[in-house]
Design a protein around this ligand. Structure first.
Ligand code: AMP
Length: 121
């Protein structure tokens, strides 16, 4: 993955230049509704720091940021009442993963049975 692009759409959301439907936030994390939901619940969880993808985040983010991100998942799952019926978390990465927005984000999908994990093309 190339260097972090500060003009990517999630960086603009973090700077308040583009609106979002926030469901959760703290010092290190923002979670908001996906603009093109693929399930009744489709949330994007992003770190506030400039990380391109999951690998970059896991290498460069501080322990505090990584713990905050991980803990936020538990908080969001509780807020959205996904605990009982479950959910799916996806981090698309790079070319094979078809990542479109080059700021690390975790998709949280739920609210219905989600089918098999991979639908190839
Ligand atoms: P990915 O393909 O994993 O990079 O996913 C990018 C996701 O960002 C897609 O599911 C888009 O629908 C979503 N998305 C793009 N722009 C926005 C936006 N302005 N607000 C919320 N979600 C967005």
């Amino acid at each position: 993955m190339a260097d972090y692009d500060p003009d990517n759409i999630f960086a603009k959301i973090l700077r308040g230049e583009i609106p979002n439907k926030t469901v959760y936030e703290n010092e290190h994390v923002l979670a908001f509704e996906d603009i093109n939901p693929q399930a009744p619940v489709h949330i994007l969880v992003i770190p506030r720091g400039p990380y391109t993808d999951m690998g970059d985040f896991s290498k460069r983010a501080s322990e505090e940021e990584q713990i905050a991100f991980s803990r936020s998942i538990g908080d969001i799952v509780k807020i959205l009442e996904l605990e009982k019926m479950g959910f799916r978390a996806i981090a698309n990465t790079g070319i094979n993963g078809l990542q479109e927005v080059p700021h690390y984000h975790l998709h949280l999908l739920g609210g219905q049975p989600l089918g098999r994990m991979i639908n190839v093309l």
